[in-house]
Design a protein around this ligand. Structure first.
Ligand code: GRF
Length: 196
């Protein structure tokens, strides 16, 4: 069985959607993969408890305990390498990863970003889309490259921006699409890798 590892920093709702999809759509039988571990850089990430209750191995690697980004990334790389992951999934993982880390996991590192990339990389995507008068917003699943929120796009979901939208309302509309998009994008990646 090959391992998928999911990295989170917060509520972990995308992680939960992926774990549920893996169970319901029988990724183990169809693709020979399992969600082996969930790793958080924040000890208080709510998603950790949920993952543990599902019987998934969880680890916390608190980035504040490391002197530099490179030190943290080296520790994270060592932790992940122990699983020899076929895919590393960033799901609301709020850390910029160093070029060396990205290079090490090149081709098996993916992220979800709450905008229609290449528009609105970085933070506060929903407010920025509203401020620009965008009529559509959404989310993007992409391969991770050394440049933040860049990298080849694997899948996108589009939602309308509605009159009177606040960043919170738009974020909720986008997030519910993320929960559909991310598992589907991973499944597409698994099918392609399997037949490659
Ligand atoms: C998502 O909107 C994700 O795209 C962004 O942060 C949010 C994480 O939510 N990077 P969750 O932790 O998956 O609930």
């Amino acid at each position: 069985m090959k391992n998928i590892v999911i990295l989170i920093s917060g509520s972990g709702s995308n992680m939960a959607a992926i774990v549920q999809a893996a169970q319901q759509r029988q990724w183990a039988q169809r693709f020979g993969v399992r969600i082996a571990a969930v790793v958080s850089n924040r000890p208080d990430a709510a998603g950790l408890e949920w993952a543990q209750a599902q019987g998934i191995e969880v680890s916390v690697l608190d980035h504040t305990a490391y002197a530099s980004r490179e030190d943290f990334d080296a520790a994270l790389q060592a932790l992940l390498d122990a699983y020899d992951p076929v895919l590393v999934v960033l799901a609301g993982f709020m850390r910029i990863l160093s070029a060396g880390f990205v290079q090490h996991f090149a081709g098996r590192l993916i992220n979800i970003h709450p905008s229609l990339l290449p528009a609105f990389g970085g933070l506060h995507t929903h407010q920025r889309a509203i401020d620009m008068g965008c009529q559509f917003a959404g989310a993007t699943v992409h391969q991770v490259t050394a440049e933040l929120d860049h990298g080849p796009i694997l899948a996108q979901a589009v939602v309308p921006v509605l009159p009177g939208d606040t960043a919170e309302r738009l974020a909720a509309r986008v997030l519910s699409q993320e929960h559909r998009l991310y598992p589907t994008a991973i499944e597409g990646w698994l099918s392609r890798t399997r037949s490659a």
